[in-house]
Design a protein around this ligand. Structure first.
Ligand code: CA
Length: 229
């Protein structure tokens, strides 16, 4: 098990490495403070997971993400500053599997890495699910709604599956966090909200006035049944 940290802040690198040494000693931790070197390491010593900071000295973290994704499907978590939600969206669109906002707790990051690895490439229950005109094919990470065919990120697909499993009921924030990361933690609801917003942008006619993915304030989200035709 090998983890690559691409991050230029030595304190963050040290604190993540320390957390791995204590909690997950069998994991080998590599690091690079430069994006270019990180890309090289991914090619030459392929890790099992990458922790990628978006603010790097030599090139943009997005560019690093794009270049890694051009040739590899390894799980990637991006590190971003909490105020920069647009960065999160862009990172997920470019193929990051998950994100953690700074400052973060090492245990949260470790839990995310573990969950990402556990889920990666596994096929739990991937049979298609249907609710009214909505059809979700988890194996392909595709959703269809009437005539529309939409591709989802891994996280979006997990949320959709959980909403469908709970059809007719509210999927709580913690149940969605469990579906996504195998655990819940304080602040999970904010993270889920970002994915929900993206899902609405993909699926709703007017994401500001959702008709399909509805909010139960303070509790979670639920699907409205949209009829066929
Ligand atoms: Ca940085």
């Amino acid at each position: 098990m090998k983890v690559l940290i691409i991050e230029d802040d030595p304190e963050i690198v040290e604190s993540i490495s320390l957390a791995f040494r204590i909690r997950w000693p069998e994991a080998e931790v590599l690091s690079s403070r430069l994006g270019s070197k990180g890309i090289e390491l991914v090619k030459n010593q392929p890790p099992d997971a990458v922790i990628l900071d978006l603010g790097l000295p030599d090139m943009s973290g997005f560019e690093v993400l794009r270049q890694i994704r051009a040739s590899s499907a390894i799980p990637i978590i991006i590190l971003t500053i909490s105020s920069e939600e647009s960065n999160v969206v862009k990172g997920l669109e470019l193929g990051a599997d998950d994100y953690v906002t700074k400052p973060f707790r090492q245990l949260e990051l470790l839990a995310r890495v573990k969950s990402m690895l556990r889920h990666h490439g596994t096929s739990e229950d991937e049979s298609p699910m249907v609710y009214g005109a909505l059809r979700c094919n988890p194996a392909e990470r595709q959703v269809s709604l009437g005539q529309k065919e939409i591709s989802l990120t891994r996280a979006e697909s997990r949320i959709m599956q959980q909403l469908l499993r709970q059809q007719g009921h509210v999927a709580t924030h913690s149940s969605l966090a469990e579906a996504l990361w195998g655990t819940t933690y304080p602040g999970a609801a904010d993270n889920i909200k970002v994915h929900i917003r993206r899902l609405r942008e993909k699926l709703e006619e007017d994401p500001g006035e959702p008709q399909l993915i509805l909010t139960k304030p303070g509790v979670g989200y639920y699907l409205a049944k949209i009829g066929v035709g």
